[in-house]
Design a binder for this molecule. Structure first.
Ligand code: AHR
Length: 655
C-alpha cells in the first residue's frame, strides 16, 4: 500500500506526506479516487483541494470555556442514569403507577399484600409509604416486597453496595432481610439483616457485599420478614461504588466518559426540566437540598417523577468532580403549559428565590444560605460566573420575558455585579451579557449552518449555544450526525470570540425500552454499561485538540461538505488542523503552512470515520466508530494529507 502511495505522488514534490495512505488504501473506493487524481494532468492538479494556513496570523482568541455540558432530567438522565441510585421509585409517590416497580414476594405458604399508604410517612415532605402486610411467613418461606430497579439492578462480583431505608412496624424487633437476587436463577448475590425496627419511623443502613458472582443486570432487591407483621417502608436505597467515592454520588463509567470530554462548564438544571409543565412543577431548588427525607421529589415535564436525589448541591459536586464551572439556570417565571408570572410584585418571590439560590452556591458560611450549604456538608463556596435567567423564553406567548428578565437582571446585578447574566430570548429593556441560542438540526442543515456565525455582529452580547445537536440517529447520533456536528463545531471554533460556550443536548439516554423521550442523545447506557456515540467521540477530539487562538486559513477547491478550523497554541508551538470530510470520497488536501520556517516531521493524525454515514455505536457494539490515532510524517511546511471518506480529522503539528 505504501508503494502505491509513493507511486501516486511520485510526480509531486518530495515533501508530500503519505502517512495516512496506509489506512485509506484499505478501501477500494478510496484507491479509485486516488488513481483518478493521479491520472490528472499537472495543470489540473492545481485544482486539488488546498488549505493555506497563516500560522503567524491569529484572528481571534479561542474562548477558554468553549466546550461544556448541558444537563437535565430527561431520558432517565439522573434517576436511572448518572445518579448512582439503584432502587426505582424509592420515594412512594402519589397516584396510579406509584408502586409500578414494587411487587410482592411470597412463596410456599407465605402471604403478603402491599399498598401505598397515604396516612403515614417518615417526614413532612414524605407523607406516604409502602405498606407491606405479611399475614403468613416462616424462615423457610419469608415474605415481603421487591424492587426491579431501572431496567434491572446491576450486580458485579466482589463489590460493596451501601443501602438504607426508613421503616416502622407493628411488630417491634422484627428483623428485615435485604438481599440481591438474580431474576432467572434465584441465586442470592448478597444478603444482610436489619434489626431494631420499632413503631416509629427511623432510618436504617445496611451493606451488601457480593462474592465471585457473575456480572448481571437482571436482579431484584428484596426485603422480607420471616413472621407475620406489617412493615412500612420509604426511601429504600441502594448505591454501588461511586465516582470519587462520593456518598450517594454518580456512576463511575458515565463520569469517566464525561471527564474525557474535558468539559469547562455544566449548564444545569435544564432545559424544560427547569421550567416544568406547570409552575408548581418547576425545579424548586429549596426542595432538592438537605437530607433525602426532606425532598418530596417532583413531576418532570418528561413524563416521569424525579426523586430529586440529584439536587442543587449534587449538581455542584458534579461540577467540582469534573473541574467544570456551573452555568446556573434559575427559574424565571415561565412554565411550558404557557403559564407565566407577571413581572412586578408577583414575580418578586421568584427573584428572591434566585438570589437565595445564588447565595446557597456562592455565599460564605456567614450568610443564611451559605450556612445552609455548610450544614448540607459543603462549607466551601462554589465559584460561579454565569447565571441563566429561564430557558427558551421565546416560547412564552404572553411576551412577558422582557419584563421578567429585566427584573431578575437588576436584582442580581445589584447583589452580584460580577455575574454574567444570560438571556434565553432577545430582550429590549436591558442588554444581557450573553444570549443563549439553541439549534436542533438535520445533518444537511448542520452542514449549511457551518458558517452561521461568520458574519454576525460583534457589538452585541456574547453567544452561548446552550443546546445544539444534529438529530440523525436514535437513540444516539450516527456518523452522519457526527459529521454534521463536526462541521457545525468548526464554525463555533472559528467564531469563538463571539460564541463563548457551547453544549450539546440532550447529553444522556437510558436505551432500555421506554427510557427515551427525546431522540438523538450523546451518551447511551443501560444498567450495566454505557457508550459514547460517534458525536461523543468527535467532541472528545475537538476538545482534546484545541488551541488558544484561531489562525487564518483558506480552504479552496474542496467542494461541498468539507469543513475546517485551525487553532494554535503559541506557547506549546502546536497547530491543530481540523478537517471534516463529509463526502463519500477521500480528499487529498494540499496543506501549506505560511509564516513558519519549519514544522516537526512527526505529527499526529486522529481520525473518526466509518464505512457509511449510518455507521453507529450501540450498547452492544460500543466501539464501531471510535477515533484512531496515527503518527504520521510530514516532510515540510507544504505537504498533502489524505482524509478518508466520511471522516472527522484532527492533525496536530509542532511548528
Ligand atoms: O434538549 C431537549 C429540550 O430541547 C430541552 O429541554 C429544551 O430546552 C429544548 O427545547
Amino acid at each position: 500500500m505504501e508503494n502505491l502511495c509513493e507511486k501516486a505522488f511520485s510526480s509531486l514534490p518530495k515533501h508530500i506526506s503519505c502517512g495516512y495512505y496506509g489506512v485509506i488504501m484499505n478501501k477500494l473506493s478510496s484507491a479509485l479516487a486516488l488513481l483518478a487524481t493521479i491520472a490528472l494532468p499537472m495543470s489540473l492538479m492545481a485544482q486539488a483541494p488546498s488549505l493555506a494556513i497563516q500560522v503567524d496570523h491569529p484572528t481571534v482568541k479561542v474562548s477558554p470555556t468553549l466546550y461544556g455540558l448541558m444537563t437535565e432530567e430527561i431520558n432517565y438522565s439522573y434517576d436511572g442514569g448518572i445518579y448512582g441510585e439503584l432502587v426505582r421509585d424509592r420515594v412512594i409517590s402519589h397516584g396510579f403507577g406509584s408502586l409500578a416497580h414494587w411487587t410482592m414476594v411470597a412463596r410456599g405458604n407465605s402471604a403478603v399484600d402491599i399498598s401505598a399508604d397515604e396516612t403515614t410517612g417518615p417526614s413532612a415532605a414524605l407523607t406516604r409509604s409502602l405498606k407491606v402486610t405479611v399475614t403468613a411467613a416462616t424462615a423457610a418461606d419469608p415474605a415481603g416486597v421487591q424492587n426491579d430497579g431501572y431496567w434491572g439492578i446491576p450486580v458485579r462480583p466482589n463489590t460493596t453496595y451501601s443501602g438504607s431505608f426508613y421503616a416502622r412496624t407493628d411488630s417491634a424487633g422484627i428483623p428485615v432481610t435485604v438481599s440481591l437476587v438474580n431474576d432467572s436463577t434465584g441465586a442470592v448475590a448478597a444478603k444482610a439483616t436489619v434489626t431494631g425496627l420499632t413503631g416509629d419511623w427511623k432510618q436504617y443502613s445496611y451493606t451488601l457485599r457480593t462474592g465471585s458472582v457473575p456480572l448481571s443486570s437482571n436482579n431484584h432487591l428484596i426485603l422480607t420478614v420471616a413472621h407475620p407483621a406489617t412493615v412500612w417502608f420509604d426511601l429504600v436505597s441502594l448505591f454501588p461504588p461511586t465516582y470519587h467515592n462520593r456518598v450517594h454520588g454518580n456512576r463511575i463509567d458515565i463520569m469517566d466518559k464525561l471527564a474525557a470530554m474535558r468539559p469547562k462548564f455544566l449548564r444545569l438544571p435544564g432545559g424544560n426540566y427547569l421550567e416544568g409543565e406547570h409552575i408548581q412543577d418547576r425545579f424548586e431548588w429549596k426542595k432538592t437540598i438537605g437530607p433525602w427525607v426532606d425532598r418530596p421529589g417532583h413531576e418532570s415535564p418528561w413524563r416521569y417523577r424525579s426523586s430529586d436525589g440529584m439536587g442543587l448541591l449534587e449538581f455542584m459536586e458534579w461540577c467540582e468532580d469534573l473541574h467544570m464551572q456551573p452555568v446556573l439556570a434559575v427559574y424565571a417565571g415561565y412554565s411550558l403549559a404557557q403559564e407565566h408570572v407577571e413581572p412586578g410584585p408577583q414575580l418578586e418571590p421568584y427573584v428572591q428565590d434566585a438570589l437565595d439560590e445564588i447565595q446557597y452556591v456562592t455565599g460564605g458560611v456567614d450568610t443564611k444560605w451559605g450556612a445552609e450549604r455548610a450544614k448540607d456538608g459543603h462549607p466551601a463556596p462554589f465559584v460561579l460566573h454565569y447565571v441563566e435567567i429561564g430557558n427558551e423564553d421565546q416560547f412564552d406567548r404572553s411576551h412577558s420575558y422582557d419584563g421578567r428578565f429585566a427584573q431578575f437582571y437588576h436584582a442580581i446585578k445589584q447583589h452580584y455585579p460580577n455575574l454574567q447574566l444570560i438571556a434565553t430570548a432577545p430582550v429590549q429593556s436591558v442588554t444581557p451579557d450573553v444570549i443563549d441560542q439553541h439549534f436542533y438540526m438535520s445533518a444537511e442543515k448542520s452542514f449549511s449552518e457551518a458558517h452561521h456565525y461568520d458574519n454576525v455582529s460583534r457589538s452585541g452580547p456574547k453567544i452561548f449555544v446552550g443546546e445544539w445537536a444534529t438529530r440523525e440517529g436514535d437513540p444516539t447520533p450516527n456518523l452522519e450526525a457526527a459529521l454534521g456536528d463536526a462541521a457545525w463545531l468548526t464554525g463555533l471554533e472559528r467564531n469563538s470570540d463571539l460564541v463563548i460556550m457551547a453544549s450539546y443536548a440532550p447529553l444522556f439516554v437510558n436505551v432500555n425500552p421506554g427510557g427515551m423521550q427525546w431522540a438523538t442523545d450523546l451518551i447511551g447506557y443501560n444498567a450495566l454499561t454505557s457508550y459514547g456515540s460517534p458525536s461523543y467521540w468527535m467532541q472528545v477530539m475537538f476538545s482534546d485538540y484545541l488551541g488558544t487562538e484561531v489562525v487564518q486559513s483558506t480552504l479552496a477547491n474542496a467542494g461541498p461538505r468539507v469543513y475546517t478550523s485551525v487553532t494554535r497554541n503559541q506557547k506549546l508551538h502546536k497547530l491543530y488542523v481540523k478537517v471534516v470530510n463529509a463526502t463519500s470520497d477521500a480528499k487529498a488536501v494540499k496543506i501549506s503552512l505560511e509564516g513558519v520556517s519549519k514544522v516537526a516531521p512527526q505529527a499526529t493524525l486522529v481520525t473518526l470515520s466509518g464505512k457509511t454515514p449510518n455507521a453507529t455505536n450501540s450498547v452492544t457494539n460500543p466501539r464501531a466508530v471510535v477515533p484512531v490515532t496515527h503518527t504520521i510524517t510530514v516532510a515540510g511546511t507544504k505537504f498533502v494529507e489524505n482524509f478518508a471518506p466520511y471522516s472527522v480529522n484532527v492533525l496536530e503539528l509542532t511548528y
